[in-house]
Write a protein that binds this ligand. Structure first.
Ligand code: MRU
Length: 358
């Protein structure tokens, strides 16, 4: 199945597919400076929690590689500023901070060993490329665990875009659907458009259509209708941050889909890598929710659709754990009580494909 490539490390810079221009145009930008990478994350040229993590890691690498520092002390001086610029882009997707922490640990390890600057520069690039390379294996492992949860045939609903564009692998929620179809499940997908940024209408339809997966695009306010008519057999969505008790932040609109799924006894699954777990916070109450510009609501692609009025734009919402049937990650499937099962999976090493239902 064709898989989109949202980001690539090249000798000429960090190359990103501009997701603001999809599906109409496939435009690639090459960034040679970490400020540019930060801006690409902030403006959503690249988006989706795991992909934001990969971009942040590559931003740190290109920052260190491009640094004018001539001594380790000078580089030590500069390094925190690079991480701060990237860390200040978007607050909800915890993969961003997971990637920055991993790059910081790598840098500290090299600096503590007093490694030559060139060696540090090469090793930081290598670490960022490794974070990227791991995404495919992570998504495929998640796909195999998640596929077992989906019906042998039927209609699955998702929200936003949790595909290859969002993970830089094969996708989390869309990865589960892809692997299920590759394993013989006969599935078609309901794709809510996902206002205001239309990740569903623009990106998820594009990925599934390019992959030959049958789909039906719906507006966000049609979810209840199709659930009530019994047209939806399961829901699988991605996540931006999962608290220790299983409360899950994802694109705005996910919570209402979960409530409707509960009302109509439709299983509701979350697919997300361990890098999206934030077990340092006890519940969804502590998850920072990004507030984006109201103009993203009053305008569609620069065209005003509403008069000059106040508009709200919380970019994410939190689905309480009680509405989630299971959380799938690359190490297995977690079920309630999530405090125990998520901790067990987070602490466990990679398990065998058949293995772990925590
Ligand atoms: O604002 P976005 O497009 O970055 O929001 C993305 C989502 O909510 C995704 O569902 C989530 O990041 C999971 S991506 C695998």
């Amino acid at each position: 199945m064709k898989v989109a490539k949202p980001i690539e490390w090249t000798s000429g810079g960090v190359v990103m597919l501009d997701q603001l221009r999809l599906p109409g145009e496939e435009v690639y930008h090459t960034y040679t400076d970490y400020h540019q990478v930060a801006e690409a994350i902030r403006t959503m040229v690249i988006r989706g929690a795991p992909a934001i993590g990969v971009a942040a890691a590559m931003g740190v690498a290109i920052g260190v590689e491009g640094s004018k520092a001539r001594t380790l002390d000078e580089l030590r001086e500069e390094f925190p500023g690079i991480c701060t610029v990237l860390g200040d882009t978007r607050p909800t997707a915890v993969d961003l901070f997971w990637a920055l922490e991993r790059m910081k640990r790598k840098f500290e390890q090299l600096a503590a060993a007093n490694a030559p600057l060139d060696a540090i520069r090469r090793a930081m690039v290598e670490e960022a490329r490794m974070i990227h390379a791991e995404k495919r294996a992570t998504d495929e492992a998640m796909g195999h665990f998640g596929a077992q949860l989906l019906p042998a045939s039927g209609q699955v609903m998702t929200q936003c875009n949790a595909g290859a564009l969002a993970t830089a692998g094969i996708g989390s929620a869309l990865g589960v659907i892809r692997v299920a179809i590759e394993e013989g499940h006969k599935l078609s997908v309901f794709v809510p458009e996902t206002r205001p940024y239309l990740q569903g209408a623009r990106l998820t339809t594009w990925e599934l259509h390019e992959g030959g997966v049958p789909l039906t695009l719906i507006t966000d306010n049609m979810v209840g209708h199709f659930m009530k008519k019994g047209k939806v057999n399961a829901v699988v969505v991605g996540a931006d941050r999962i608290a220790a008790n299983g409360d899950t932040a994802n694109k705005i609109g996910t919570y209402q889909i979960a409530v409707l799924a509960h009302e109509h006894n439709v299983p509701f699954y979350v697919a997300a890598p361990v890098s999206t777990f934030d077990l340092s916070i006890p519940s969804g109450e502590q998850i920072p929710i990004e507030e984006r510009s109201s103009e993203e609501v009053t305008h569609i692609r620069g065209v005003r659709i509403a008069p000059d009025v106040d508009a709200a734009h919380p970019a994410f919402d939190v689905t309480p754990a009680r509405l989630i049937s299971a959380i799938v990650c690359e190490r297995g499937v977690a079920r309630a009580p999530y405090n125990e099962s998520l901790r067990r999976l987070a602490d466990s090493s990679q398990t065998s494909a058949l293995g772990s239902s925590a």
